[in-house]
Write a protein that binds this ligand. Structure first.
Ligand SMILES: *Cc1c(COP(=O)(O)O)cnc(C)c1O
Length: 327
């Protein structure tokens, strides 16, 4: 495999299932939809960060770290998976979360608490700066911190999605399938960058479309190009990427990051009702809502085969009861 020479620990349940979505496909009259179940990676309710953490934790252990520090939003799936991975390897865990301590501890935040993570509330301060301060404090107490960047999206973490692309190609072959397009929620970029590096390295022909969930579509393309190039270098591959190599749709940002609107609510209810499949309010609900809208607008041919890469996050459903039940 492309990543065989990199240090890696085993955390995720792999390969994750590849499943058809026949009922919604027939409702829509095509394209043929499939789902890659990275919501089932197995780490404290799973999600896409688990694949990145297999490489990030290995790197932390190699650096003899005893504490993982990372950051995110209040309902960060990444922070929760990082806390769980740290627990599994006997490391301390400190999560720097945006905003202030909420009154109610729900969803991912409840799991952070059960996973015995120390939470530092950053208020409006830049998360990177707060993480550095926290790391300095750990050092002063003779600890060895390892800072996992926002979303686990650096060349080490993105390696997890290079390996994931290889996994998908093998799986698709054994099902005698070729995906014309892969659609996923894209935010800090490690997932889309890693998949794109894997695709280029292995000659995969289909197109990869990121549905942006955080404002800043133009800069996301630049982030993806830089991260993909750095990830390829990290793997020893001589590949370079430009912003034009990435398809990003930022038409579905709605009310902003984490704001649940009709698009997300309808996507969540539609998939739950028709396929018994749960997607989340922040990432996959928005991305699948965007995919449904694009299909209705005729942006896919009905004979295409399309893979929706489910990146997880369903724990967040339990942090947004009001928004999901409202209207
Ligand atoms: C973090 C996350 C994403 C985005 O992945 P990136 O690699 O940050 O682009 C998508 N879906 C879920 C559920 C996530 O937690």
């Amino acid at each position: 495999m492309l990543t065989d020479h990199l240090p890696r620990v085993t955390i995720a349940h792999l390969p994750t299932p590849l499943e058809p979505l026949p009922r919604i496909t027939s409702r829509l009259g095509g394209p043929e939809l499939w789902v890659k179940r990275d919501d089932q990676t197995g780490l404290a309710t799973g999600g896409n960060k688990t694949r990145k953490l297999e490489f990030l934790v290995a790197d932390a252990l190699r650096h003899e770290a005893d504490t993982l520090i990372t950051c995110g939003a209040e309902q960060s799936n990444h922070a929760r998976q990082t806390a769980a991975a740290a627990a599994k390897f006997g490391l301390d865990r400190i999560l720097v979360l945006r905003g202030r301590r909420p009154v109610e501890v729900t969803g991912n935040l409840l799991l952070d608490n059960l996973l015995a993570a120390d939470v530092v509330w950053a208020d409006d301060e830049p998360l990177d700066k707060r993480m550095e301060e926290v790391a300095e404090q750990v050092r002063e107490e003779d600890g060895h911190p390892y800072v996992v960047p926002y979303g686990g999206s650096n060349p080490v973490g993105a390696g997890g999605y290079v390996a994931a692309m290889e996994e998908l190609i093998d799986q698709a072959e054994s099902h005698d399938l070729t995906f014309d397009r892969i659609v996923l929620a894209s935010s800090s970029g490690g997932t889309q960058a890693g998949l794109t590096v894997g695709a280029r390295a292995l000659g995969y022909q289909g197109r990869i479309l990121g549905i942006s969930v955080e404002p800043g579509g133009a800069s996301l393309r630049e982030t993806l190009a830089e991260l993909a190039t750095a990830t390829a270098n990290h793997l020893g591959l001589e590949l370079a990427f430009e912003p034009v190599d990435f398809a990003v749709n930022d038409d579905y940002l709605g009310g902003g990051y984490g704001v649940v609107g009709d698009l997300e609510r309808d996507a969540i209810r539609t998939l739950a009702r028709i396929e018994g499949l749960l997607v989340d309010p922040v990432y996959t609900g928005r991305a699948f809502g965007g995919l449904l809208d694009m299909i209705r607008r005729g942006e896919f041919r009905s004979d295409e085969t399309v893979l929706f890469w489910h990146t997880g996050g369903t724990t967040g459903l339990f942090g947004t009861q009001q928004e999901l039940l409202g209207t």
